[in-house]
Design a protein around this ligand. Structure first.
Ligand code: S3P
Length: 438
């Protein structure tokens, strides 16, 4: 049971250096592909997030050997055709990525699996992966044909050309992973760009994958390479940019802040948030840009700077979907406020993030208009925020966003059920408190 409260006291500035946990999206993918590979992969700086440990545990239940020492994980794979059925339900915990990506893999196995998750995950839509995986030949049963627990009876899959109705990296990834087990070439076309970690990781592990504009094509393993195998790899996971964003936001709030965030993943499908911060006037500098296993990595130097605010809509939304809670919670500290449109997807994340943001921002005194597909948060002129009791609704990104907002509010802010931050960043409050000067 989550019971811990965290009290955030106002700060004067942020200072010092920071190492982030390994990228959550990339860690999930390495865990799954290493389990399907031949041999032992070593994944260094694997994410500390509870979500990624759900993926590791699921791959362990499917027969991979998983050994973790600190943040290094050694995974001995079973080969693409070697997973074994799990006698108990696979538990994805709070992790939508685990459930949706693993569904793609399970669709191609010669056995049946049951896949479940916590109360929040059982409310999140799964039809978006069930549809294409059924088209490929898997038999899938779900509560109300949409919600976990999922019963997946795998099959010899057939390749499809899938035009995604929504921009979702998880749906794209589920179909691409299923494509590994299909006869022929599977293609996925996205309506707008989303993170491409699955494509990069598949390439690293030896799959044959190509990109033409918004279409990605993957060859089934039987024909992709001579041996029809994925091969074990030794890899480093970069720090998680989506976690860095809380510290970029926090540092920006105070003119005298000066922080350095080391070793951050800067994949161009994730950095729209940095462009947005730059356009709002934030002082973020990228240092030492380098490449690591197909991913870009660099250090981020951040100083305090007044933020202008702005409107976010359209194709920007899927490129910074996880950063929207922090941006909305920064709204009252910006000149013009923040407006988010075309983001109804936020209502089916770990919580209804639009409702959670509106409620908690209002309890801190912000002026907010809630809309079906987003919200408008008034800027500085509407007045300073005051500390309040925050209910993050069990959602890690809501808890962290309001911890940051609390740093510049009048009086203490109390985050209820604060431990939910561990879903992506178990050491978040310690790191925030260490860097906040009071
Ligand atoms: C993720 C994709 C996004 C994001 C999630 C992680 C991924 O979800 O919100 O936190 O790792 O593929 P959608 O694909 O559902 O937008």
């Amino acid at each position: 049971m989550r019971v811990k409260k965290e009290t955030i006291h106002p700060a004067r500035l942020l200072t010092g250096g920071l190492e982030l946990p390994g990228d959550k999206s990339i860690s999930h993918r390495y865990a799954m592909l290493a389990a399907l590979a031949e041999g032992t992969s070593e994944v260094r700086h694997f994410s500390a997030a509870a979500d990624c440990h759900s993926s590791l545990a699921c791959m362990g239940s499917l027969g991979a050997e998983v050994k973790a020492a600190g943040d290094t994980v050694r995974i001995t794979g079973r080969g693409a055709r070697g997973l074994k059925s799990s006698w108990r339900a696979l538990d994805a915990g709070n992790s939508g990525t685990t459930m949706r990506l693993l569904s793609g893999i399970l669709a191609g196995q010669e056995f049946a699996s049951r896949l479940t998750g916590d109360a929040s995950l059982q409310k999140r839509p799964m039809k978006r992966v069930i549809g294409p995986l059924r088209e490929m030949g898997a038999e899938i049963r779900a509560r109300d044909d949409n919600f976990a627990p999922l019963e997946i009876r795998g099959a010899r899959l057939k390749a499809i050309d899938y035009k995604m109705p929504m921009a979702s990296a998880q749906v794209k990834s589920a179909v691409l992973l299923a494509g590994l087990f299909a006869d022929g070439v599977t293609s996925v076309t996205e309506p707008a760009g989303t993170r491409d970690h699955t494509e990069l990781a598949l390439e690293e592990f030896g799959a044959a994958i190509e990109k033409h504009g918004r279409t990605i094509r993957i060859h089934g393993l039987s024909e992709s390479n001579e041996s029809g195998k994925l091969m074990a790899k030794s890899l480093d996971v970069p720090g998680d940019l989506s976690s860095a964003v809380f510290f970029i936001a926090a540092a920006s709030l105070f003119p005298d802040s000066n922080i350095l965030i080391h070793n951050v993943g800067l994949n161009p499908t994730r950095t729209a948030i940095l462009d947005l911060f730059a356009s709002m006037g934030a002082a973020v500098q990228i240092l030492g840009l380098r490449s690591s296993y197909g991913e870009l990595v660099g250090d981020l130097a951040v100083k305090g700077a007044p933020l202008k605010g702005g409107v976010l809509a359209g194709e920007q939304i899927p490129l910074m979907i996880d950063e929207l809670p922090m941006l909305a919670a920064l709204g009252p500290y910006t000149e013009e406020g923040i407006e988010i449109r075309d983001a109804a997807e936020l209502r089916v994340k770990e919580s209804d993030r639009i409702a959670a943001l509106a409620e908690n921002l209002r309890s801190m005194g912000a002026k907010v208009e809630e809309r079906p597909d987003g919200l408008r948060v008034e800027g500085k002129r509407a007045g300073k925020l005051r500390g309040a009791q925050i209910d993050p609704r069990g959602d890690h990104r809501i808890a962290m966003a309001f911890a940051v907002a609390g740093l510049a509010a009048d009086g203490p802010t109390v985050i209820r059920d604060a431990d939910c931050a561990g879903v992506s960043f178990p050491d978040f409050y310690n790191e925030l408190n260490r860097m906040a000067d009071r």
